[in-house]
Design a protein around this ligand. Structure first.
Ligand SMILES: Nc1ncnc2c1ncn2[C@@H]1O[C@H](COP(=O)(O)OP(=O)(O)O)[C@@H](O)[C@H]1O
Ligand SMILES: [Mg+2]
Length: 253
């Protein structure tokens, strides 16, 4: 572990009854990096996030965040769950500040921070709207702002753009990269979409089918900012091919 390591997992495993969801996993994540995790459905991706966030306790292993053991703890990461729903009876502002409300009360500082994020990232006009008045992309922006407003360094995003159409998805990817760059957070991002993983990331981890373990760890050194040209560059295609081969090699056995 070196100075820039934010998160360090050693031998982390999780079993549900007779189902091994995660085989012992080691993983180091560098502060400020954007790391994607791809893998077949049911391989343990969401379980990994549940364990990292403290919603589930691992059977074995150690998890260290900023040098502190976080096993058994909660409230140390910003977590956007795979099915992250906005509260329909709260406004955009109310949804972004929900984390503070759940912890006790929403202070003027919480409201100011939330309003600042919303204004900076295209939601300023919608602060007093209810989720039902928003498009799918807008709703995902609000859910992400809520995650960001918890002010944690590490953000866990579980397939946040899975339900969006291709064009909205591409806009959201660029938007997320801007938010990531501005706020200097560390992102762990689960996706089924290999293009999305390569486009966004500094690193792509490929997981095997259950029991999940990391079978490939690719560095993506494509220049930033990433644009449409990134998507059609030979270097992008090469990286994408490698991820696809890893995914299918594992499935073909
Ligand atoms: N709370 C739970 N109780 C029992 N089994 C679970 C639970 N959560 C996940 N699983 C099982 O663990 C495996 C991995 O699930 P999950 O982590 O959700 O996969 P992924 O997110 O990669 O699709 C699946 O077989 C799933 O059915
Ligand atoms: Mg999942």
């Amino acid at each position: 572990m070196n100075n820039s390591t934010l998160l360090d997992l050693r031998g982390v495993s999780k079993t549900f009854g007779t189902t091994t969801a995660l085989s012992p996993m080691d993983l180091e994540i560098e502060r400020g990096s954007f790391v994607s995790i791809v893998g077949p459905s049911g391989c343990g991706k969401s379980t990994l996030f549940n364990v990292l966030s403290g919603l589930l306790r691992p059977d074995d292993g150690t998890i260290t965040l900023e040098g502190n053991n976080v096993i058994g703890a909660t409230g140390h990461v910003g977590y956007m769950l795979q099915k992250d729903l906005l509260v329909p009876w709260r406004t955009v502002l109310g949804n972004i500040t929900l984390g503070a409300r759940l912890k006790g009360k929403v202070t003027p500082e919480n409201r100011e921070l939330a309003t600042g994020f919303a204004e900076k990232y295209g939601l300023g006009e919608f602060l007093n709207h209810y989720p039902s008045a928003l498009s799918g992309g807008m709703r995902q922006r609000v859910a992400l702002m809520r995650t960001l407003a918890t002010n944690h360094q590490l953000l866990l995003l579980d397939e946040p753009f899975g339900a969006l159409d291709a064009q909205t998805r591409f806009e959201m990817q660029q938007w997320l990269l801007q938010v990531w760059r501005d706020t200097e957070r560390t992102v762990l991002f689960i996706t089924h979409d290999v293009d999305e993983a390569v486009f966004l990331s500094d690193r792509v981890l490929v997981m095997s089918p259950r029991p999940g373990r990391v079978v490939d760890d690719l560095r993506v050194d494509l220049p930033r900012p990433r644009t449409l040209d990134t998507l059609v560059s030979p270097a992008f295609t090469e990286l994408k091919a490698r991820v696809l081969h890893q995914l299918h090699r594992e499935r073909a056995v």
